[in-house]
Ligand binder design. Sequence first.
Ligand code: SF4
Length: 313
Amino acid sequence: MTPLILPNKWIEKCQGENGMGPLSKQFLPDDQESNAEGYYDPIGDHNHQVLDGLIHRYQNRVLFMPTKVCPVACRYCFRKHEIENEKDQQLFSPDMHSILHYLKKHDEINELIFSGGDPFSLSDEKLQDYLKQFKTIPHLKWIRFHTRYPSMIPNRFRERLLNILTETNNYFSGVSIVLHINHWDEWDQEVQDCMDKISQTGCNLLSQTVLLKGVNDDVDSLTTLFSNLAFHIIRPYYLHHPDLIRGGKHFYLSLDTGRKLMHQLRDKLPGWMIPQYIIDIPGGHGKVPATNSDSQLFQGYLIDRTGKTHPYP
Ligand code: SF4
Protein backbone atom coordinates (compact mmCIF):
# COMPACT_ATOMS: atom_id res chain seq x y z
CA MET A 1 0.00 0.00 0.00
CA THR A 2 1.09 3.58 -0.62
CA PRO A 3 2.84 4.83 2.55
CA LEU A 4 1.38 7.60 4.70
CA ILE A 5 3.22 10.82 3.90
CA LEU A 6 1.58 13.83 5.55
CA PRO A 7 2.95 16.87 7.45
CA ASN A 8 2.14 16.79 11.18
CA LYS A 9 -0.23 19.74 11.04
CA TRP A 10 -2.33 17.84 8.54
CA ILE A 11 -2.46 14.74 10.69
CA GLU A 12 -4.00 16.95 13.38
CA LYS A 13 -6.48 18.36 10.85
CA CYS A 14 -7.51 14.82 9.88
CA GLN A 15 -7.90 13.90 13.56
CA GLY A 16 -10.19 16.94 13.89
CA GLU A 17 -12.46 15.34 11.29
CA ASN A 18 -12.40 11.98 13.14
CA GLY A 19 -10.96 10.49 9.98
CA MET A 20 -14.26 11.01 8.13
CA GLY A 21 -13.97 14.34 6.33
CA PRO A 22 -12.64 15.49 2.96
CA LEU A 23 -9.05 15.80 4.21
CA SER A 24 -8.93 12.37 5.86
CA LYS A 25 -10.36 10.73 2.75
CA GLN A 26 -7.70 12.30 0.55
CA PHE A 27 -4.68 11.70 2.76
CA LEU A 28 -5.20 8.80 5.20
CA PRO A 29 -4.71 5.17 4.10
CA ASP A 30 -7.89 3.20 3.53
CA ASP A 31 -8.47 -0.56 3.29
CA GLN A 32 -10.37 0.04 0.05
CA GLU A 33 -7.00 0.75 -1.59
CA SER A 34 -6.46 -3.01 -1.77
CA ASN A 35 -9.11 -3.19 -4.52
CA ALA A 36 -7.23 -4.39 -7.59
CA GLU A 37 -9.37 -2.64 -10.23
CA GLY A 38 -7.80 0.12 -12.30
CA TYR A 39 -4.44 0.79 -13.92
CA TYR A 40 -0.91 1.29 -12.57
CA ASP A 41 -0.33 4.03 -15.17
CA PRO A 42 -3.86 5.26 -15.91
CA ILE A 43 -2.91 8.15 -18.17
CA GLY A 44 -0.20 6.35 -20.13
CA ASP A 45 2.56 8.82 -19.24
CA HIS A 46 5.21 6.29 -20.14
CA ASN A 47 4.03 6.12 -23.76
CA HIS A 48 5.13 9.74 -24.19
CA GLN A 49 8.40 9.70 -22.27
CA VAL A 50 11.00 10.93 -24.75
CA LEU A 51 13.86 10.98 -22.23
CA ASP A 52 14.26 10.13 -18.57
CA GLY A 53 12.40 12.97 -16.80
CA LEU A 54 10.83 14.43 -19.96
CA ILE A 55 7.34 13.75 -21.32
CA HIS A 56 6.28 15.21 -24.68
CA ARG A 57 2.60 14.44 -25.18
CA TYR A 58 1.22 17.72 -26.57
CA GLN A 59 2.90 19.63 -29.39
CA ASN A 60 3.63 22.94 -27.65
CA ARG A 61 4.63 21.75 -24.19
CA VAL A 62 6.69 19.25 -22.23
CA LEU A 63 6.51 17.92 -18.69
CA PHE A 64 9.83 18.07 -16.88
CA MET A 65 9.92 15.68 -13.92
CA PRO A 66 13.13 16.12 -11.92
CA THR A 67 11.75 14.56 -8.71
CA LYS A 68 9.19 12.05 -7.54
CA VAL A 69 9.14 13.46 -4.01
CA CYS A 70 5.95 15.13 -2.74
CA PRO A 71 5.09 16.79 0.58
CA VAL A 72 2.13 14.37 0.85
CA ALA A 73 0.97 11.05 -0.61
CA CYS A 74 -2.52 11.71 -1.98
CA ARG A 75 -4.44 8.43 -1.89
CA TYR A 76 -6.09 9.04 -5.30
CA CYS A 77 -2.92 10.18 -7.10
CA PHE A 78 -2.38 8.78 -10.59
CA ARG A 79 1.29 8.33 -9.67
CA LYS A 80 0.64 6.69 -6.29
CA HIS A 81 2.37 3.45 -7.27
CA GLU A 82 5.58 5.30 -8.05
CA ILE A 83 5.53 6.58 -4.46
CA GLU A 84 5.31 2.94 -3.28
CA ASN A 85 8.64 2.23 -4.85
CA GLU A 86 11.24 3.56 -2.40
CA LYS A 87 13.87 3.80 -5.08
CA ASP A 88 11.61 6.25 -6.93
CA GLN A 89 11.37 8.46 -3.84
CA GLN A 90 14.84 9.77 -4.45
CA LEU A 91 15.72 12.91 -6.33
CA PHE A 92 17.48 11.95 -9.49
CA SER A 93 19.65 13.78 -11.98
CA PRO A 94 18.10 13.88 -15.41
CA ASP A 95 20.54 13.92 -18.32
CA MET A 96 20.31 17.67 -18.91
CA HIS A 97 22.58 17.57 -21.92
CA SER A 98 20.11 15.31 -23.76
CA ILE A 99 17.08 17.23 -22.47
CA LEU A 100 18.47 20.59 -23.65
CA HIS A 101 19.40 19.04 -27.00
CA TYR A 102 15.83 17.72 -27.38
CA LEU A 103 14.29 21.08 -26.47
CA LYS A 104 16.58 22.95 -28.89
CA LYS A 105 15.59 20.61 -31.73
CA HIS A 106 11.84 21.07 -31.08
CA ASP A 107 11.11 24.73 -31.61
CA GLU A 108 7.36 24.02 -31.43
CA ILE A 109 7.80 23.65 -27.65
CA ASN A 110 7.11 26.98 -25.97
CA GLU A 111 6.04 25.84 -22.49
CA LEU A 112 7.86 23.74 -19.94
CA ILE A 113 5.91 22.36 -17.00
CA PHE A 114 7.74 21.41 -13.82
CA SER A 115 5.96 18.40 -12.41
CA GLY A 116 6.94 15.35 -10.45
CA GLY A 117 6.43 14.58 -7.64
CA ASP A 118 6.26 18.19 -6.61
CA PRO A 119 8.88 20.48 -8.16
CA PHE A 120 9.23 22.51 -4.99
CA SER A 121 10.72 19.41 -3.33
CA LEU A 122 13.89 20.50 -5.15
CA SER A 123 16.30 22.76 -3.30
CA ASP A 124 16.40 26.42 -4.30
CA GLU A 125 19.88 25.86 -5.77
CA LYS A 126 18.75 22.95 -7.92
CA LEU A 127 15.66 24.80 -9.10
CA GLN A 128 17.72 27.85 -10.00
CA ASP A 129 20.21 25.68 -11.84
CA TYR A 130 17.51 24.04 -13.99
CA LEU A 131 15.89 27.39 -14.75
CA LYS A 132 19.24 28.84 -15.76
CA GLN A 133 19.68 26.02 -18.26
CA PHE A 134 16.16 26.43 -19.66
CA LYS A 135 16.85 30.12 -20.24
CA THR A 136 19.24 29.03 -23.03
CA ILE A 137 16.29 27.74 -25.11
CA PRO A 138 15.15 30.79 -27.08
CA HIS A 139 11.70 29.47 -28.05
CA LEU A 140 10.76 28.57 -24.46
CA LYS A 141 8.32 31.30 -23.41
CA TRP A 142 6.27 29.91 -20.56
CA ILE A 143 7.12 28.07 -17.36
CA ARG A 144 4.53 26.34 -15.20
CA PHE A 145 4.77 24.68 -11.77
CA HIS A 146 2.16 22.26 -10.42
CA THR A 147 2.34 22.10 -6.64
CA ARG A 148 0.73 21.24 -3.34
CA TYR A 149 3.44 22.94 -1.23
CA PRO A 150 1.53 26.22 -0.57
CA SER A 151 -1.09 24.28 1.37
CA MET A 152 1.01 21.40 2.71
CA ILE A 153 4.22 23.21 3.71
CA PRO A 154 3.66 26.93 3.07
CA ASN A 155 6.92 27.72 4.82
CA ARG A 156 8.71 26.34 1.72
CA PHE A 157 8.12 29.74 0.06
CA ARG A 158 10.83 31.76 1.74
CA GLU A 159 12.58 34.84 0.43
CA ARG A 160 15.06 33.07 -1.81
CA LEU A 161 12.44 30.96 -3.60
CA LEU A 162 10.16 33.98 -3.99
CA ASN A 163 13.06 35.89 -5.56
CA ILE A 164 13.72 33.01 -7.95
CA LEU A 165 10.07 33.08 -9.01
CA THR A 166 10.15 36.84 -9.52
CA GLU A 167 13.32 36.65 -11.64
CA THR A 168 11.96 33.75 -13.68
CA ASN A 169 8.67 35.53 -14.28
CA ASN A 170 10.55 38.63 -15.43
CA TYR A 171 12.76 36.63 -17.78
CA PHE A 172 10.15 34.44 -19.51
CA SER A 173 6.84 35.63 -21.02
CA GLY A 174 5.21 34.32 -17.85
CA VAL A 175 5.30 31.83 -15.01
CA SER A 176 2.17 30.07 -13.75
CA ILE A 177 1.84 28.46 -10.34
CA VAL A 178 -0.93 25.88 -10.34
CA LEU A 179 -2.13 25.16 -6.81
CA HIS A 180 -3.50 21.66 -6.36
CA ILE A 181 -6.53 22.01 -4.05
CA ASN A 182 -9.61 19.79 -3.92
CA HIS A 183 -11.64 21.17 -1.02
CA TRP A 184 -11.90 24.55 0.67
CA ASP A 185 -11.15 22.89 4.05
CA GLU A 186 -7.54 22.70 2.78
CA TRP A 187 -7.31 26.50 3.01
CA ASP A 188 -6.28 28.36 6.17
CA GLN A 189 -4.54 31.59 7.10
CA GLU A 190 -1.07 30.14 6.45
CA VAL A 191 -2.06 29.09 2.93
CA GLN A 192 -3.54 32.50 2.34
CA ASP A 193 -0.37 34.26 3.51
CA CYS A 194 1.73 31.99 1.30
CA MET A 195 -0.41 32.60 -1.80
CA ASP A 196 -0.35 36.35 -1.11
CA LYS A 197 3.46 36.21 -1.10
CA ILE A 198 3.53 34.21 -4.32
CA SER A 199 1.15 36.66 -5.98
CA GLN A 200 3.66 39.44 -5.26
CA THR A 201 6.19 37.67 -7.52
CA GLY A 202 3.94 38.54 -10.47
CA CYS A 203 3.35 34.87 -11.33
CA ASN A 204 -0.02 33.87 -12.71
CA LEU A 205 -2.02 31.95 -10.06
CA LEU A 206 -4.18 29.04 -11.19
CA SER A 207 -5.74 26.03 -9.49
CA GLN A 208 -6.34 22.41 -10.36
CA THR A 209 -8.83 20.17 -8.62
CA VAL A 210 -9.57 16.47 -8.87
CA LEU A 211 -13.24 15.55 -8.66
CA LEU A 212 -13.38 12.78 -6.05
CA LYS A 213 -16.29 10.71 -4.82
CA GLY A 214 -16.95 11.38 -1.14
CA VAL A 215 -14.61 14.40 -1.08
CA ASN A 216 -15.98 17.14 -3.32
CA ASP A 217 -18.63 15.54 -5.56
CA ASP A 218 -21.39 17.95 -4.57
CA VAL A 219 -22.25 21.33 -5.99
CA ASP A 220 -21.92 23.19 -2.67
CA SER A 221 -18.32 22.03 -2.07
CA LEU A 222 -17.29 22.95 -5.60
CA THR A 223 -19.09 26.31 -5.54
CA THR A 224 -17.42 27.21 -2.23
CA LEU A 225 -14.00 26.13 -3.51
CA PHE A 226 -14.07 27.93 -6.86
CA SER A 227 -15.68 31.15 -5.62
CA ASN A 228 -13.21 31.43 -2.73
CA LEU A 229 -10.25 30.75 -5.03
CA ALA A 230 -11.47 33.49 -7.37
CA PHE A 231 -11.85 35.84 -4.39
CA HIS A 232 -8.16 35.19 -3.62
CA ILE A 233 -7.20 35.91 -7.26
CA ILE A 234 -6.52 32.28 -8.11
CA ARG A 235 -8.21 31.32 -11.36
CA PRO A 236 -9.91 27.91 -11.29
CA TYR A 237 -8.19 26.24 -14.23
CA TYR A 238 -8.76 22.48 -14.30
CA LEU A 239 -11.27 20.12 -12.76
CA HIS A 240 -9.96 16.61 -13.49
CA HIS A 241 -12.24 13.63 -13.71
CA PRO A 242 -10.54 11.07 -11.40
CA ASP A 243 -8.03 8.81 -13.11
CA LEU A 244 -8.67 5.08 -13.00
CA ILE A 245 -5.71 4.43 -10.73
CA ARG A 246 -5.44 0.95 -9.22
CA GLY A 247 -6.28 1.25 -5.51
CA GLY A 248 -8.38 4.39 -6.01
CA LYS A 249 -11.68 2.85 -7.05
CA HIS A 250 -13.49 4.29 -4.03
CA PHE A 251 -12.85 7.78 -5.53
CA TYR A 252 -14.21 6.97 -9.01
CA LEU A 253 -17.48 8.51 -10.14
CA SER A 254 -19.30 8.40 -13.45
CA LEU A 255 -18.92 10.93 -16.22
CA ASP A 256 -22.65 11.54 -16.05
CA THR A 257 -22.28 12.54 -12.38
CA GLY A 258 -19.45 14.95 -13.24
CA ARG A 259 -21.38 16.44 -16.14
CA LYS A 260 -24.46 17.00 -13.99
CA LEU A 261 -22.29 18.79 -11.41
CA MET A 262 -20.82 21.04 -14.11
CA HIS A 263 -24.33 21.82 -15.28
CA GLN A 264 -25.35 22.78 -11.72
CA LEU A 265 -22.23 24.91 -11.31
CA ARG A 266 -23.25 27.03 -14.27
CA ASP A 267 -26.30 28.03 -12.28
CA LYS A 268 -24.21 29.05 -9.27
CA LEU A 269 -21.08 30.67 -10.69
CA PRO A 270 -20.12 33.02 -13.53
CA GLY A 271 -18.40 31.25 -16.43
CA TRP A 272 -14.97 32.68 -15.60
CA MET A 273 -15.03 30.98 -12.18
CA ILE A 274 -15.76 27.55 -13.64
CA PRO A 275 -12.68 25.46 -14.48
CA GLN A 276 -12.35 23.26 -17.55
CA TYR A 277 -13.68 19.80 -16.72
CA ILE A 278 -11.26 17.38 -18.34
CA ILE A 279 -10.52 13.70 -18.50
CA ASP A 280 -7.33 11.87 -19.41
CA ILE A 281 -8.23 9.02 -21.74
CA PRO A 282 -6.65 5.85 -20.31
CA GLY A 283 -3.82 4.49 -22.43
CA GLY A 284 -2.02 7.77 -23.12
CA HIS A 285 -4.55 9.26 -25.58
CA GLY A 286 -4.40 12.63 -23.85
CA LYS A 287 -6.67 15.07 -22.07
CA VAL A 288 -10.02 15.93 -23.64
CA PRO A 289 -12.90 18.05 -22.38
CA ALA A 290 -15.18 15.90 -20.25
CA THR A 291 -18.14 18.17 -20.97
CA ASN A 292 -18.23 17.91 -24.76
CA SER A 293 -21.69 16.42 -24.82
CA ASP A 294 -23.16 17.26 -21.46
CA SER A 295 -26.58 17.79 -22.97
CA GLN A 296 -26.66 14.03 -23.70
CA LEU A 297 -26.15 10.97 -21.57
CA PHE A 298 -22.65 9.51 -21.77
CA GLN A 299 -22.53 7.02 -24.63
CA GLY A 300 -19.73 4.75 -23.33
CA TYR A 301 -16.78 6.11 -25.33
CA LEU A 302 -14.45 9.11 -25.43
CA ILE A 303 -13.11 10.80 -28.56
CA ASP A 304 -9.40 11.71 -28.59
CA ARG A 305 -7.72 14.63 -30.39
CA THR A 306 -7.34 12.60 -33.59
CA GLY A 307 -11.05 11.73 -33.68
CA LYS A 308 -10.56 8.08 -32.58
CA THR A 309 -13.04 6.63 -30.10
CA HIS A 310 -12.01 4.79 -26.93
CA PRO A 311 -14.38 2.78 -24.74
CA TYR A 312 -14.68 4.19 -21.22
CA PRO A 313 -16.51 2.52 -18.30
S1 SF4 B 1 0.98 16.17 -4.52
FE1 SF4 B 1 0.29 15.70 -6.63
S2 SF4 B 1 1.84 14.29 -7.46
FE2 SF4 B 1 2.12 14.35 -5.20
S3 SF4 B 1 0.89 12.64 -4.39
FE3 SF4 B 1 -0.45 14.45 -4.37
S4 SF4 B 1 -1.53 14.40 -6.34
FE4 SF4 B 1 0.23 13.04 -6.50
